[in-house]
Design a protein around this ligand. Structure first.
Ligand code: ZN
Length: 199
């Protein structure tokens, strides 16, 4: 027996999300059927709005409703430091820690030759242009994850940035190998920023 088309479509849609297989998608689809009508409407609206109303900051690449983003527009932030992260979720983790007050740069990925991802596929060129244009920036803190791809990306960026005479540091490895910034607790993140070392 096949499911009626509306639910089959819903299952297909859930399966497009990362980490969700057929079983989970089916469970979620049936759960949706039992939800309050208003909640379902809100859910559908949120999906559409998240994509329609957000864009990427033209300076740092973070997701934002306004361009430039709030952080890039905030004169009280420390304009001397730029912390480079893999994605916008890492910016959120750092901000929740509340101990870092500089600027950010979001790469939207890491170098990964296995997946055919080279320097032109992530937001590196914009970082270099930014450093050339903005003489206030004195330090680039690389906070890519402690994975082989994250390390390779850190080395690559470090070489490019150092040649322009700007100090490059890397988060200390309170973060264990293979760990993601996104999942690190705030104390670990704080220690990693405090104990950063020059590359
Ligand atoms: Zn920005």
């Amino acid at each position: 027996m096949q499911y009626p088309e509306p639910i089959a479509k819903l299952i297909d849609s859930f399966m497009k999300l990362p980490g969700i297989g057929y079983k989970t998608a089916t469970r979620l689809a049936f759960f949706t059927l039992d939800m309050e009508k208003d909640d379902v409407t809100e859910f559908a609206k949120a999906l559409i709005s998240a994509q329609r109303d957000l864009s990427f900051c033209s300076i740092c690449g973070n997701i934002t409703e306004d361009d430039p983003c709030d952080i890039c527009q905030d004169p009280s932030r420390d304009q001397k430091a730029v912390l480079v992260v893999e994605d916008s979720k890492d910016v959120m983790s750092m901000e929740q820690m509340k101990e870092y007050h500089g600027l950010y740069h979001v790469l939207h990925g890491v170098l990964s030759p296995m997946d055919g991802k080279g320097p032109e596929d992530i937001n590196i060129a914009a970082l270099l242009t930014r450093l050339q244009k903005n003489e206030a920036i004195k330090e680039v803190i690389i906070a890519t994850n402690a994975t082989p791809e994250g390390e390779a990306t850190a080395m690559y960026i470090s070489r490019l940035v150092k040649s322009s005479g700007i100090k490059v540091t890397r988060l200390a490895h309170g973060l264990s190998v293979g760990s993601d910034i996104e999942y690190a607790d705030q104390m670990t993140l704080y220690k990693a920023v405090e104990g950063r070392t020059e590359m």
